[in-house]
Design a binder for this molecule. Structure first.
Ligand code: M6R
Length: 366
């Protein structure tokens, strides 16, 4: 059932070209130039008129929501708030009847997310879901929603569910943007063309498994690690850190790269691996300066870069090259090598990768 892989997590990481494709099958048509999500069709109009969208989730799904915030605000110009479900439900949040609350959950059973939805519903908001498990509690209580179609995820560490959640959020944002007129046709075409190429590009990154295993071997004995990114790579940094800590038990933190100098920089010495997402894009030059700041303090840099980048290669200790894509889609690619590195580190440390200590696949208690 592990399809020849040693662990479910490894199998699920390798399934991503397929699971991302499954996620947009029937929802994206390049020839005719459209995207659409059947499940939320009746709510499209309401979404285009929304003054605010609130996304609630936990863990990795909360990181997907943060990527969603960038996508929605950039493409649809609708203000988005991303909330930890557990915090949202206990702080007397302001919820209006014209708000749309989107819950994101792989299992569709997370207690805090479910309770946050109940609260939003009681205040009259429209509640939508993005779930992986068909027929799950969250998919049943929501007014409407879209499944991620990633297939069963067994490993406790979420991998393919995350990339599928980001794919659904991309499709949703594109659908609303087009209906609302906040995206020009050429840009829309460009993004859907690039989205269609993502599964092949993910497959290309997976071919780098040997290089990623070598990087893992170099840092497997670290006691701490830092993950840095800016813009939509910041949630990828958070996700990279979560993946490493939950399966390898190495303490890891994700930070917005520019925040490093407000505290975490004090941690940097020659023992500290710093993973940096430094792909081409609007914040590239800024990230390059952040890398220089780390190097000046003898930290080790493992950089995820766009193919052909020479500047970062000269500074970093290790570089992982990924294919170029549209700025809005980079999280779908940059996440992949970080998942694999965490996996290999955990295996090398002899940890129980699929069932880390103290963790359950779905957290049905608060
Ligand atoms: O099923 P959900 O997406 O609602 O689960 C949320 C979190 O419990 C989950 O993402 C958790 O953080 C994972 N172990 C992360 O890999």
């Amino acid at each position: 059932e592990k399809g020849g892989y040693e662990h479910f997590m490894l199998k699920e990481i390798h399934e991503q070209p397929r699971s991302i494709q499954d996620c947009f099958r029937g929802r994206l048509n390049l020839d005719e130039g459209w995207v659409g999500l059947g499940g939320i069709k009746d709510y499209e109009k309401q979404l285009t008129k929304a003054k605010r969208i609130i996304m609630v989730a936990c863990g990795t799904s909360w990181h997907a929501a943060l990527v969603g915030e960038y996508l929605f605000e950039d493409l649809t110009r609708i203000p988005v708030e991303v909330e930890y479900a557990s915090e949202f439900r206990y702080r007397n949040p302001i919820i209006n009847e014209d708000d749309i609350v989107i819950a994101i959950s792989q299992s569709g059973e997370t207690a805090d997310t479910l309770a946050a939805l109940d609260l939003a519903k009681s205040k009259g908001a429209t509640i939508l879901g993005i779930c992986n498990v068909v027929g799950s509690s969250i998919s049943r209580v929501t007014d409407a929603g879209s499944y991620t179609h990633a297939g069963p995820e067994i490993g406790v560490a979420s991998t393919k569910a995350f990339t599928a959640q980001v794919t659904v959020l991309t499709l949703m944002a594109l659908t609303i943007a087009r209906k609302k007129g906040t995206i020009i046709e050429s840009e829309f075409r460009k993004i859907i063309t690039e989205l269609d190429l993502i599964p092949n590009k993910v497959a290309k990154i997976l071919e780098k498994a040997d290089q990623l295993e070598e990087i893992a071997a170099a840092y497997k004995d670290a006691s701490n690690a830092l993950y840095l990114g800016r813009g939509n790579s910041f949630p990828v940094a958070l996700e990279g850190a979560l993946k490493l800590k939950e399966i390898s038990y190495i303490h890891a933190e994700g930070y917005p790269a520019a925040e490093m100098k407000h505290g975490p920089i004090a941690l940097i010495d020659e023992e500290m691996p710093v993973f940096v997402i430094a792909t081409q894009g609007p914040s590239y030059e800024k990230v390059v300066s952040n890398i220089q700041e780390v190097k000046a303090r003898k930290g080790k840099i493992i950089a995820v870069i766009t193919e052909g980048d020479e500047q970062v290669k000269e500074m970093a200790d290790h570089c992982i090259e990924i294919p170029d894509t549209d700025e809005n889609l980079t999280p779908l690619l940059t996440t992949i090598p970080l998942q694999l590195i965490s996996y290999y580190v955990a295996v090398m440390r002899g940890a129980n990768v699929d069932q880390p200590r103290n963790l359950a696949k779905s957290v049905t208690v608060e």
